[in-house]
Design a protein around this ligand. Structure first.
Ligand SMILES: C[S@@+](CC[C@H](N)C(=O)[O-])C[C@H]1O[C@@H](n2cnc3c(N)ncnc32)[C@H](O)[C@@H]1O
Length: 234
């Protein structure tokens, strides 16, 4: 899977996406991440990418020109058949595991990061295929949301986790939370691992895990169960 991220602050992404599973996926060629500096697509010698909002008010707005030019250039230089262009925006659809699964069906995502007061509306209307929010709060820019998408989609790529079973029971994959996890030591500060997990009885372990997962989901996120996505567990 390929990601082309357009941002006025490319340095924000390189560090966080250069570690652990995403780094390994990049090194093994499962993921290609290209960072594009929006200022490279500015039309003036000061590399200006923002301006004041029409109608007044504070803050700066990213101009449409550099973003459109960036996407044109990326599409020419790196043509990909199944591409989706996404504007990161608090006013977009709220990202969840379902979005991650759907978007993992594309060959390449072009991720457009806003900043300051936001992005000229014509980018949403005429350049982006869709807008995505990572939650009901406002961040300073689209860089962290872009990283969230890259990370969430990378772990869905076959081979990226090293152990295919690892993602099978992940929270939200089955419409409920993952089950609780324990590792050594068996006893820590007087708290013991539930005996069933060391019993060697696989059916009992499976039942215990399913019950704990459903129990916590019902307590913390009953909406997930109401949506009917965990019906197979009943
Ligand atoms: C300060 S925000 C702009 C907020 C905008 N004025 C509003 O109230 O909807 C600047 C940029 O950060 C990004 N951003 C902020 N919060 C986000 C969120 N929850 N999800 C996705 N992107 C977000 C977007 O790219 C946005 O253009």
């Amino acid at each position: 899977m390929k990601f082309d991220v357009v941002t006025a602050f490319p340095g924000m992404l390189e560090g966080p996406l250069g570690h652990s599973i995403v780094r390994r996926a990049r090194e093994s060629g499962l993921v290609e991440l290209r960072l594009h500096d929006l200022r490279d697509y500015a039309s003036d010698k000061h590399r200006k990418v923002d301006d004041t909002p029409y109608g007044g008010g504070g803050g700066m707005v990213l101009m449409p020109g550099p973003l459109f030019t960036a996407v044109d250039d990326i599409s020419l230089r790196f043509p990909e058949r199944r591409t989706r262009t996404i504007l990161l925006c608090p006013q977009g659809e709220r990202f969840d595991q379902g979005h991650a699964l759907r978007l993992s069906g594309y060959d390449r995502l072009i991720l457009l990061c806003g900043h300051y007061e936001g992005v000229d509306e014509r980018v949403r209307e005429h350049l982006a295929d869709e807008s995505i929010s990572i939650g009901d709060y406002v961040l300073t820019g689209g860089e962290i949301p872009a990283m969230v998408l890259v990370d969430a989609l990378t772990r869905l790529i076959p081979g990226a986790l090293g152990d295919e079973d690892a993602a099978r029971n992940d929270s939200f994959s089955n419409g409920r939370f993952d089950h609780p996890q324990y590792t050594r030591p068996f006893e820590f500060r007087g708290w013991r691992v539930p005996e069933v997990l060391t019993s060697g009885d696989h059916a009992a372990v499976d039942a215990w895990r399913r019950d704990r997962a459903l129990e916590r989901t019902a307590r913390v996120r009953p909406d997930l169960l109401r949506n009917g996505t965990a019906e197979s567990d009943y």
